[in-house]
Design a protein around this ligand. Sequence first.
Ligand code: NAD
Length: 495
Amino acid sequence: MNRARNAQVKEICSANPVPYFVDGMWSLGSAPAIAVIDPANGQPVCEVACADESEVDRAVRAARQAFDHGPWPKLRPDERARALERWANLVERDSEVLAELETLQTGKPIRESRGDVARALDGIRFYAASARNIRGEVIDVSDRHHSYVVSSPIGVVAAIVPWNVPIVLTISKAAPALAAGNCVVVKPSQTTPLTALHLAKLWEEADLPRGVYNVINGPGRSVGEALCLHPLVTGITFTGGTDTGLHLGELAARQNKRVMLELGGKSPNIVLADADLQKAIPGSANAIFYGQGQICAAGSRLLVEDAVFDQVVDGIIKHAEAMRIGDPLDEATEFGCVTSLSHRDELLGWVERAVADGARVVTGGTSADVPGLPNGAFMKPTVLVDVPADAPISCEEVFGPVLVVQRIKDADHAVALANDSIFGLSAGVWTKNIGLARDIAGRLEAGVVWINDYGVFNPAMPFGGVKLSGSSHREWSHLALDAYLEHKSIWEANS
Ligand code: NAD
């Protein structure tokens, strides 16, 4: 049964199926519709229309047509900024609708979804303002020439979005690409398309040009891949699993397309003996348990200095056991469910294998019962100690609320252990010695480091990883705009 509470959400979900948005029009597609499942009760929220390859072709051609002949790329920066502001204002108006849709499709607590919607809104406004700052430069290198560089949009951008933070990751891609003057085709995860689709509804309501923001639905391997490899797509921005991203990167390289990859992580979070434990303990617990651990930057490896190891582990256990697990739609819920029952079973399987490898479960490690939701994908926040450093659970991305705690001798040992990973997305350091913290931050192989905090975000700060966590570009900030711009050098001979 659909558990929507908001009248508008009920109405959105009553469409059967919910159409997707191409060229300013709503389409039902010809492929079989896909059910969006509420992980809190295992029941369909609604069905969404699904594209096939011919619809992918239509979407990309519409975007290219809008790019070549529509107004969007030619708008003055202030006009484009105002257009994005109009979109943002409607997103703000519909914040509660978007938050409820996000919770119904992901299982995250409503309070987290509200935070995600606020971050997405801030992201649109940040890039609306940035649209006014895209500029070229004069590089005066010759007394015989006037030489300068102009920046222009790259064309059609394919944006591939995963299921864990759908609205934020739709905006992290679409907003800079649109601000730079590109046209975008978004392919959300087939399991969580509802917020990207509602953003399309708001795009339409804001009376923004057709063909510029398109959303199609469908499975990744067919629809997503056909979209990315379409000859008229110039740039691909992908967030998702490392294997999928590397596969896509390989295919796209053969077409010499611009590819931006944001992939997995196994982020180390270091607590040194002199840390302020009043802050480090709840901060480290939130680093892994926020989003039910299904966050690419989750601090899933906690590296604790020997002298405070027991105190920190005890504190994290208390924090985990005090979290209110419950119906994601309830205001009081602090910890919702994971994305599906099959994902929960995989997570419990990870814990079982870790125990077989010698780990000890100090809290959690089982499913959780939530009254009234017997088929929900709930599991308890889980903490493991005594885990061998080379056990798969210490090295691979688990993508759930499972924390591995390891003992470290000192800061050098922590850095060595932290960097001994195929991933390099983010990291945390907790110590009162700020000089040492900065030194460690400099030595950590990661795209983002938080000192005496974890997980803070602002659209003005770049986000992205090194090693197998991502390609060298960054999302967010002014740096992301660059991924969606061509820079042309022009030499004008003096007459
Ligand atoms: P996934 O790789 O299974 O899917 C991601 C998206 O790619 C989905 O929309 C899917 O339909 C699509 N897709 C799948 N195969 C494709 C193909 N061959 N061609 C084109 N598109 C394809 O990932 P997921 O399970 O949805 O998301 C979880 C993963 O995302 C985790 O590994 C997580 O770490 C990662 N993630 C990374 C970041 C980051 O910023 N680095 C942020 C969030 C999530």
